[in-house]
Ligand binder design. Sequence first.
Ligand SMILES: [Zn+2]
Length: 326
Amino acid sequence: MSALTFESVLKGSAAYKFFLSDLRSGLGHAYAVMTGDDDVADEFFNLIAATVYCQNGSACMTCAECRKVLHSNHPDVFHVNAARDKIKVDDVNKMLSSMYIKSLSGRKLYFIHRADMMNVQAQNKLLKTLEEPPAGVTIFLGVANESAMLDTIKSRVRAIHMDLFDEETVYLAMLSRGYGEEKSAVAAACSEGKLGKADKIAASSQYTALYAFAIDVLQRLGRSSDIVRLDAGVAAQENISEFLDVLSIIIRDMLVVKSSPDMILSKHIPSDIAALAERYSPLALSEIPRIIGDTRRQLSLNVPALSAIDNLLFSILEVRHRCPKS
Ligand SMILES: [Zn+2]
């Protein structure tokens, strides 16, 4: 059992290779690790620290130095905002004052989790130090929302873009976490390439249930009189947005299942996907994502869920009849 949940995937990532090549040629002052996956950012920070301090030079995760990193008690590794809450000027001041205390190893690493939660004053406070930190100090910013960072900050850091992992990689990572094939497939399909998101999906049964529900709705949606039997059930879903996510994946799979069955994301239900695809022309299927987008917009504008879902189901049927199979 490895000490990091996604150790092997992260060690194979382009982001890690980028970091390693910089480490070999001399680590810079400041980096921004760009990822919308907070859990992966946390793990990547630990991997970076283990790589820098490992006694075996390989982020072995078992030597004394690696263990200190993993247990968050390495004397030269500092975490700011590990709880991913918010960062104020006071927090930055506290960090800056500790930076000038001499380190034991000659190198100190600062990890600012979700640095995009820094308010403008805190970012401005950090600016000068990012440009010229004390000798031996490297600062890593975890950034999920790039637009929340000042341009002056962005121009002073080297960006490391965390990979979005392909479905197969995520699927195998979930299997190796001990999840079954169906949960792993659903998680990989809905993860958008984010390991942390996949892990949360696999740990809950919600998405598997949503998948089954969405398939059932599509199977029962034959004519307009079916809509009144289906709409309330969909509108009553606690997570309509996630339902629409799953529906989008299924529609996309219906579109590709004929030409490239290996490419479908819903690997746990290939025959359901193929059977549903028989009912729609490719042209009709290619129109449905736009309809789902309209539904999202309506919901965001507080259109009642029942009318938004009525519109959705009606529009799907309408486009199916307007673009028949030839
Ligand atoms: Zn080690």
